[in-house]
Design a protein around this ligand. Structure first.
Ligand code: UD1
Ligand code: UDP
Length: 383
């Protein structure tokens, strides 16, 4: 009998980071895999499914414009109840910290099905930052039986909360597996390149965190406006998240500046190319904090906390929050002080080496009795 694994995800970053796991599971005959998407995101999710050629077995199609946490939670929970009752997998895999993640774990628990948590153990220590993600991952961690921690730091967080070491597997982060695929993908598309000359500096910006909606985002955008006005030959390329609450403020604050290129969310491969072309990245994203350091790009994180301390410790990521003056000063310095820039622009990769998905699937084979020994933990910076 094959091991019956169900993967549940719903947003762009979950899809990017689960795609390598789905592919590994499908390639191994000892597994039978079903892919369920809540489609908490629609277009942004579909872009990723197309790139990785993943056709979901179930699509709950729950997204509504301007949805609240209540809408996502209630619709996903009811949809997953029906799918889980029909399929009854041996285990449900969820990823990270979205509302789909938590609800996927909760639904599996209600059906008394084992939960495996991919990207387990990230913590800021503040349940309102990021909101609601810090609580989502804590709740998911409480429900999960198996914890796939991306880094030794994440594993240590779990052990400190009392999770038994035999339930924790350190695997690296599957985002690096996905990024390697995106970088390799055969695309010349660079829909962001219009209006840019070869020597121009590109500052890549993304914002979407709920706790930054409204005034904090306004402050960030005012800092950006000053930056491109005052530093010559500097352009901002800003793929704007589909959330209407983000779009409104972005267009109000930045819609009329020629050096600011507001574009639609990019497919993952062109986005990877854009990261590689950028001089500097300003973001409140989680995944981009993991990807850009590997490409040698300094990242200024537009948040007060991070659950990804590894690249901060390595010196390539700095937390700058959302205060206009602070964002402006930090970015201005990196664009005008070559020594300060060089110091931050070192390529480091504490998050993975492209083998995380295989390690997760090896762990599942071990857990469900198909192989004998607990797989060794991944160690950062190994060759
Ligand atoms: C969600 C996750 C967040 C993750 C982020 C990645 C929660 C609570 N939040 O936040 O953890 O970091 O995704 O981007 O789970 N929209 C579209 N089309 C899309 C996607 C979104 O139109 O393809 C619009 C819709 O109007 C939707 C809104 O964006 O209502 C917000 O989407 P939602 O998933 O609720 O929150 P995010 O801020 O995207
Ligand atoms: N990304 C993308 N196109 C874009 C912006 C981001 O493919 O226009 C990718 C990015 O490379 C990363 C992921 O989306 O892998 C991050 O998603 P997001 O910032 O929405 O979510 P978070 O990581 O904060 O949960």
């Amino acid at each position: 009998m094959p091991i019956r694994v169900m993967t549940v995800f719903g947003t762009r970053p979950e899809a990017i980071k689960m795609a390598p796991v789905v592919r590994q599971l499908k390639a191994r005959p000892e597994f039978d895999v079903k892919v369920v998407v809540t489609a908490q995101h629609r277009e942004m999710l579909d872009q990723v499914l197309a790139l990785f050629a993943i056709r979901p077995d179930y699509d709950l199609n729950i997204m509504a414009a301007g949805q609240t946490l209540y809408d996502v939670t209630a619709k996903a929970l009811l949809g997953l109840r029906d799918v889980l009752r029909e399929e009854r997998p041996d285990t449900v895999l969820v990823h990270g910290d979205t509302t789909t993640t938590f609800v996927g774990a909760l639904a599996a628990f209600y059906e008394q099905i084992d939960v495996g948590h991919v990207e387990a153990g990230l913590r800021t220590g503040n349940v309102y930052s990021p909101f609601p993600e810090e609580m989502n991952r804590r709740l998911t961690g409480t429900i999960a039986r198996w914890h796939f921690a991306p880094t030794p730091t994440a594993a240590a967080n779990l052990r400190a909360e009392g999770v038994a070491p035999e339930r924790i597997f350190v695997t690296g982060n599957t985002v690096i597996d996905a990024l390697q695929t995106a970088v390799r993908a055969d695309t010349d598309a660079a829909p962001w390149a219009d209006g840019l000359a070869d020597g121009d500096r590109v500052v890549l910006v993304t914002t979407h965190r709920r706790e930054n909606l409204g005034e904090p985002m306004r402050h960030i955008y005012r800092a950006l406006r000053r930056l491109v006005t005052e530093v010559p030959r500097t352009h901002i390329v800003f793929p704007v998240h589909k959330n209407p609450a983000v779009r409104r403020v972005v267009h109000e604050e930045l819609g009329d500046i020629p050096q600011v290129h507001l574009i639609e969310p990019l497919e993952y491969s062109p986005f990877a190319k854009l990261m590689a072309r950028a001089t500097l990245v300003l973001t409140d994203s989680g995944g981009i904090q993991e990807e850009a350091p590997g490409l040698g790009k300094p990242v200024l994180v537009l948040r007060d906390t991070t659950e990804r301390p590894e690249a901060v410790a390595a010196g390539t990521v700095a937390l700058v929050g959302t205060d206009e003056e602070r964002v402006y000063t930090a970015a201005h310095r990196l664009l005008t002080d070559a020594a300060a820039y060089r110091q931050m622009a070192e390529a480091v990769n504490p998050y993975g080496d492209g083998t995380a998905a295989r390690r997760i699937v090896d762990a599942l084979a071990y857990i469900y009795g198909k192989t004998g020994e607990k797989p060794a933990d991944w160690i950062a910076n190994q060759p």
